[in-house]
Design a protein around this ligand. Structure first.
Ligand code: ATP
Ligand code: MG
Length: 412
C-alpha cells in the first residue's frame, strides 16, 4: 500500500509559509507502515488541483490532502476531491446545524460560503474537528482512500495524530516502518557506499546513504509488526556497519558531532577553547549548543582582523606580515594563544579565506588551516574547500570538530 501527500495552497508555492505538515504526515504514514511515494504542493487553482488529485489517485492507494477545507473562495479541496472521485457534494444537516449554532452563539451572521463547510463528497465520512469549523474527510471509493485534513496547525495536529493515524493504521493492518540513522565522519558518501554496498541490496531492512555537510548519514529502515520488532531487525545491520566503519560512526539519530566531542571531553574531564577567524564564532556556537557543554567548553575569541589576532591572542605581528593571516604559522599561533589565555586542555585555531573575494592576503578562496593545541603537541592541517561562503564556513567548522574528535580518539 502506498500513499501520496498533496499540500494545497498558493501561499506554500510562494514561499510565504513553510510546509511543516507534510513531513508530519509522512512520519505518521511511516509509523503506520505505509510507504509514501510522492509529495506534491499545488496552488489554489481549480484545474491544476483536480488534475493533481486525479494523477495521485491513478498511482497511489491512499491520497492525503492538507489545507483548503475552509470557507473562503480559495478553499477548493473539498470540491476538488469530489470532482476527482466522480462524487457529488451533499450537505450534512447535522454539521450545518452545528455550524449555525456556533456562528449565532458568537453573534456572527451566517454566510452562504460557510455552508460549504457542511458539505461532503458522497463517498466521504466526516472526521470530527473539535478545534475548528471544517471537518476532515475520509473517503473510500473504487479501492482508493482519500483523507483530507485542514491547514491550521491547531486543527491539523490533533486530527493527524488522532483519528487519521488510527484510520491509516487500520487500513494497513497495524504494521510500522522504523528508521535509524547512523552518522559517519571521515569518509565521503561514495566511500561509505562502497564499503556497505553489499548491505544495500537487502529489502528489509533497507540501507541508504545520504551526504550531509562534512558527514554521511546511513539510514537503516525496517518494516515489521511493531516498533520493537523493527528495532530488533535493525540491531544486527547496525552491528555489521559498525564492524566495517569502526570509529567513523560517531552517533545515531539526533546525535551531532559537537555533542559527540563534548561527551568525549566530559568523560575525560578535559576542556577545549577556540580561536576563530574565518568561522566567525560558528565553532563556539556549535560547541556551546549542547546542553551541559559548560563542563568542557571553556570559551574562545573571534579574531577577524590582524589587529584583533594580535591584541586578543598575542599572535606575533611578524608572523602575520611574513606568512599572511591565512597560513599554518598563524593557525598554530591562534591555537596556542587560545590554549594559554583560556587555560584549556585543547584549543582550536581556524584561519582561512571563505571568499567570495580573494583576501588582502592573496590566498585562494576555500584555503584554510585548522590547528589544534593539545596537552602534548600542536598539529595543523591544511584544507581546500569549494562552494559558497556559507558552505565553506560550515565545512570548516565541521572539519575542526572532526579533527578534534580524531585527536581524542588517537590519544585515549
Ligand atoms: P481555514 O479554515 O483556516 O481556511 P484551511 O483548511 O482552508 O483552513 P488553508 O486555508 O489552506 O487551510 O490554510 C490555513 C492556514 O493553515 C495557513 O495560513 C497556514 O498558516 C496553515 N497551513 C496550511 N497548510 C499548511 C502546511 N502544509 N504546513 C503548515 N501550515 C499550513
Ligand atoms: Mg483556508
Amino acid at each position: 500500500m502506498v500513499a501520496e501527500i498533496v499540500s494545497v495552497g498558493t501561499e506554500l508555492l510562494l514561499g510565504q509559509i513553510v510546509d511543516t505538515h507534510a513531513p508530519v504526515m509522512a512520519r505518521i504514514l511511516a509509523e503506520c507502515g505505509i510507504g509514501c511515494t510522492r509529495r506534491v504542493t499545488v496552488g489554489d487553482n481549480w484545474d491544476r488541483l483536480v488534475r493533481t488529485l486525479k494523477e495521485a489517485l491513478d498511482r497511489a492507494d491512499v491520497l492525503i490532502t492538507i489545507g483548503g477545507l475552509g470557507p473562503t473562495v480559495d478553499d477548493l479541496t473539498r470540491d476538488a476531491i469530489a470532482a476527482a472521485l466522480g462524487d457529488e457534494l451533499e450537505t450534512v444537516p447535522e454539521v450545518e446545524a452545528r455550524l449555525r449554532e456556533f456562528f449565532s452563539s458568537r453573534g456572527i451572521s451566517w454566510a452562504e460560503s460557510t455552508a460549504r463547510q457542511a458539505q461532503k463528497p458522497t463517498s466521504a465520512q466526516l472526521i470530527d474537528n473539535p478545534n475548528g469549523t471544517a471537518p476532515g474527510l475520509f473517503c473510500q471509493k473504487n479501492g482508493k482512500v482519500v483523507i483530507a485534513l485542514p491547514g491550521p496547525k491547531g486543527e491539523f495536529d490533533p486530527m493527524a495524530y488522532g483519528p487519521v493515524k488510527e484510520h491509516l493504521s487500520r487500513l494497513q493492518g497495524g504494521g510500522v516502518i522504523h528508521s535509524r540513522v547512523l552518522r559517519i565522519v571521515g569518509m565521503g558518501e561514495s566511500g561509505v557506499e562502497e564499503k556497505v554496498r553489499h548491505l544495500m541490496d537487502a529489502e528489509n531492512p533497507t540501507v541508504a546513504p545520504y551526504a550531509q555537510t562534512g558527514e554521511v548519514h546511513l539510514r537503516l529502515t525496517a518494516k515489521a509488526a511493531n516498533r520493537d520488532e523493527a528495532s530488533k531487525m535493525l540491531d544486527p545491520v547496525e552491528a555489521q556497519i559498525r564492524d566495517i566503519l569502526g570509529t567513523m560512526v560517531y552517533g545515531i539519530d539526533g546525535m551531532t558531532i559537537e555533542a559527540a566531542v563534548i561527551d568525549m571531553l566530559r568523560e575525560r574531564g578535559e576542556t577545549v577553547a577556540v580561536a576563530e577567524s574565518m568561522t566567525g564564532g560558528e565553532l563556539g556556537a556549535r560547541l556551546s549548543s549542547t546542553s551541559g557543554s559548560s563542563s568542557s567548553f571553556v570559551g574562545g575569541a573571534i579574531v577577524y582582523t590582524m589587529a584583533a589576532k594580535e591584541a586578543a591572542l598575542g599572535v606575533d605581528d611578524h608572523l602575520l606580515k611574513e606568512f599572511g593571516p591565512v597560513s599554518e604559522p598563524v593557525a598554530i599561533a591562534l591555537a596556542r594563544g587560545a590554549k594559554e589565555r583560556f587555560g584549556a586542555d585543547y584549543a582550536i585555531g581556524i584561519t582561512g579565506n571563505a571568499g567570495p573575494t580573494v583576501d588582502v592576503d592573496n590566498k585562494p578562496v576555500g584555503l584554510l588551516y585548522i590547528a589544534i593545541a593539545t596537552p602534548y603537541s600542536i598539529q595543523c592541517h591544511e584544507h581546500r574547500f569549494r562552494g559558497i561562503r556559507e558552505d565553506i564556513r560550515r565545512r570548516a567548522t565541521q572539519q575542526a570538530l572532526t579533527q578534534l574528535r580524531n585527536l581524542l580518539l588517537a590519544v585515549q
